[in-house]
Design a protein around this ligand. Structure first.
Ligand code: ZN
Ligand code: ZN
Ligand code: FE
Length: 749
């Protein structure tokens, strides 16, 4: 029996070779009909024998093209039309939204082969791409995804490209950025000081300048990078000066061979390095690594990515050493992605640029492998705007604006969450503007209008001002660490009750204190505080996070008062130290905190590892590095857990006392300190289990970026029979907070 069926397929189904796939499949199953892109998804009609139609549907749903993602589909029988052909119709804009957009994709194997094949017409063409790879979200201005709505609209296709573009059997069929030497964008090379364009092959000069030790800006997929030779200390040091970035590590780019000389690469790591998302991976540095010291001062991990665009590939072919490849920005501001040369010229000696406009910015993603799984610490290029499935759907469009550091925002709608790219620290007008721009872009791409806005409970976070752009839309506040827990629940699709352990830097608490070492019980319907780290006085407000010695002095004061070890330690800081003792004595200009980040700060300072954080968490990271260099020690220091008022309080002062009295070497003490926290968290989890009979523990918060602590805590909890949830796709740090804000708000309100 001949029949006709109509299907609506939703998900990532545009710009990923989906329509030519349907075309080829329909031919294979002897079906006629049509396919068209709409902003709701792909509409497909097939006509033929009922049996073939059934087999065809099962085939396309179960075996779609590699980059596509089918979220759901509907099918129903409609009237036969006696078609003789299978047609691909042009896109229509029905303004209903609900479509998904693909992230930018690293160059694929087929394009690489062509790129280096001397007979290919795109041999060494820096903008080669196909339906499986190339820029996507960064060049789309509007939907549906069609060339006139991308930044490729200024490059009319030549006859050869047009033929490929229109041929459903070609691997460039409807690849919007398709182009070649005859019709596409071109590279150019500028000198920063004069702004003058230099003649010659831009890639040749770029490679030469990099070898000579100059700093280049290189235009990539989601913005400009600053690049220099990573084995020469001088340019790296100079780049730090230009960027105003003292010690925060730089990421690098190299071929697999280059990376293997500097760091160990496991099978799993290799797989992710060369994945379509192509993130920066944090890899274990080799002892004989030749990377210049200022790239990642004092760290045992190096951040590497593979060349993920043809420009990067061609450039790396001409050089022998890996490159520092860091987002081009002025300290504290978002990545530079527009072609106005003013900002970029101040940061480099030369600029390797091109005329394909970047419509929206995206920094590189950062991840590491833990327990064989990818753990993202920054979810951006290659992953955004991939949706996350959310276990509860309340038919509301929620926009959560995120916290102040490592900000992302999240749109939650129709049972899915779309998290934004990494915006950065939203404490400057430029970064607030960047968040607004990205929000507007998302609203347009996904046809969204928020019904509810969510902000962090902290009354002073600057991105609250964004709510003013949405007059009449209700705004609600979600506590920071509850959002961390909810983010984990959302990511892992967890609907049951969990014990939520949120170890973090800073977050405004329900009681006005600075929270950051919290134990919760709850689920998506409500998360309640069960316990916390003992409140200690946090002097000097925000400065304390930048100057670990301040909280260390507060810890000493709690232990010994204003004498002995306290004054001895304060003396290192001269008059400032004396003054701070006075401040702590009077509890002036500060507030109580349960922050675990500060506990790590204090331990690092008391062990003499360092007294100042040049970047968030620097001393805690060095403390971890010290512990990783120690022998395997099982023992731990003392701590107490005691009920105070409504909460169980974990008191780590005895831990600090033991640490100070311990005469062993620093690395061992750092290790024992880590063991102690793992023990203490597990003890608290057992207390909660006894009371609530909950056996599932979620670990979240920025402190769990410390993989040694994560390892020790997870192992110990599992040994005690707990089921442990950790973040994977969504950062455990503040980059994940907006997801939790959105999830909790959508279910509570
Ligand atoms: Zn390709
Ligand atoms: Zn062409
Ligand atoms: Fe946080």
């Amino acid at each position: 029996m001949e029949k006709r069926f109509r299907l609506l397929i939703k998900g990532i189904v545009q710009g990923v070779g989906f329509r030519p796939f349907l075309y080829r499949s329909a031919k294979k199953y002897n079906l006629c009909g049509l396919v068209k892109n709409t902003s709701r998804g792909v509409i497909l009609e097939v006509e033929g024998s009922e049996k073939s139609i059934k087999e065809f549907i099962s085939y396309i749903i179960n075996d779609p093209p590699p980059l596509s993602l089918i979220e759901n589909y509907e099918s129903r029988e409609i009237k036969r039309q006696y078609s003789k052909e299978f047609e691909i119709l042009s896109s229509e804009d029905d303004g209903e939204g609900g479509l998904l957009v693909s992230p930018d994709i690293a160059i694929c194997a087929n394009c690489k082969t062509e790129l280096f094949h001397p007979e290919d017409r795109r041999y060494r063409y820096p903008f080669i791409n196909c339906t499986d790879c190339g820029p996507r979200v960064s060049i789309i201005r509007d939907l549906p995804y069609d060339r006139p709505r991308t930044t490729m609209k200024d490059f009319p296709m030549c006859p050869d490209c047009e033929r490929e573009y229109k041929d459903p059997y070609d691997r460039r069929y409807h690849a919007q950025p398709v182009s070649c030497y005859d019709c596409g964008p071109t590279l150019s090379f500028f000198e920063s000081s004069s702004g003058k364009k230099l003649t010659g092959d831009p890639l040749d000069i770029a490679a030469q300048k990099l070898n000579e030790g100059f700093i280049l800006a290189v235009k990539g997929l989601g913005g400009y990078h600053l690049a220099c030779n990573a084995v020469l200390p001088e340019p790296v040091a100079r780049m730090r000066e230009l960027k105003g970035r003292e010690t925060k590590p730089f990421a690098m780019m190299g071929t697999l061979e280059m990376i293997r000389r500097q760091a160990t690469v496991s099978g799993e790591e290799k797989k992710w390095l060369s994945s379509p998302a192509s993130p920066i991976l944090l890899l274990k540095r080799k002892k004989n690594s030749t990377i210049a010291e200022p790239v990642a001062p004092g760290l045992k991990e190096l951040g590497f990515m593979l060349p993920y665009t043809p420009i990067h590939l061609l450039l790396l072919q001409k050089i022998k050493e890996p490159l520092v490849m860091t987002s081009a920005n002025i300290s504290g501001e978002p990545i530079i992605y527009k072609d106005e040369m003013g900002a970029i010229r101040a940061l480099c000696d030369y600029i390797l640029s091109h005329d394909r406009e970047i419509h929206i910015f995206a920094d590189d993603s950062v991840a590491r492998i833990f327990d064989g799984q990818l753990h993202l610490t920054r979810r951006s290029r290659g992953f955004v705007p991939f949706p996350l499935k959310i276990p509860v759907d309340r038919k509301k469009t929620v926009l959560a604006l995120g916290p102040m550091l490592k900000t992302t925002f999240t749109f939650l709608f129709n049972g899915k969450a779309i998290m934004s790219q990494y915006i950065g620290d939203t404490d400057s007008p430029a970064s607030i503007e960047a968040e607004k721009t990205a929000i507007r872009h998302f609203m347009k791409l996904f046809s969204l209008k928020p019904d509810l806005l969510v902000v962090d409970k902290h009354p002073g976070y600057p991105n609250r001002e964004i709510t003013a752009d949405f007059k009449g839309v209700p705004v609600i506040e979600i506590q920071h660490h509850k959002a961390h827990v909810a983010s984990l629940l959302a990511e892992r699709g967890e609907l049951g009750q969990v014990i939520g352990i949120s170890m973090d830097g800073t977050g405004y608490g329900d009681d006005g204190a600075i929270w950051g070492g919290e134990f919760f019980v709850g689920d998506y319907r409500g998360i309640n505080r069960f316990g916390h780290l003992k409140y200690l006085f946090l002097p000097s407000g925000d400065r304390a996070a930048k100057e670990p010695w301040r909280f260390a002095l507060s810890v000493l004061y709690s232990l010994y008062g204003a004498e002995g070890k306290t004054t001895e330690f304060a003396r290192r800081f001269g008059r400032k130290g004396e003054l701070l003792i006075e401040v702590i004595r009077k509890e002036a200009g500060g507030i109580p905190t349960s922050s675990c980040g500060r506990v790590f700060d204090a331990a690092a300072a008391l062990l003499g590892i360092g007294y100042f954080n040049n970047y968030e968490g620097e001393m805690p990271i060095k403390l971890q590095a010290a512990a990783e260099g120690s022998r395997k020690i099982e023992e731990s220091y003392n701590f107490f857990i005691k009920k105070e008022g409504n909460f169980q309080v974990l008191n780590l002062l005895p831990t600090f006392q033991d640490l100070i009295d311990d005469a062993r070497e620093r690395a061992d003490k750092a290790r024992i300190f880590h063991n102690t926290l793992a023990q203490a968290f597990t003890k608290m989890a057992r207390i909660i289990r006894n009371e609530y009979s909950i056996n599932k523990v979620g670990l979240t918060g920025g402190v769990f970026q410390n993989v040694l602590l994560l390892r020790l805590t997870k192992d110990l909890l599992e040994k005690k029979g707990f089921l442990v949830l950790t973040h994977r796709q969504v950062p455990t740090n503040d980059g994940g907070v907006s997801l939790g804000q959105a999830f909790l708000a959508s279910t509570l309100f």
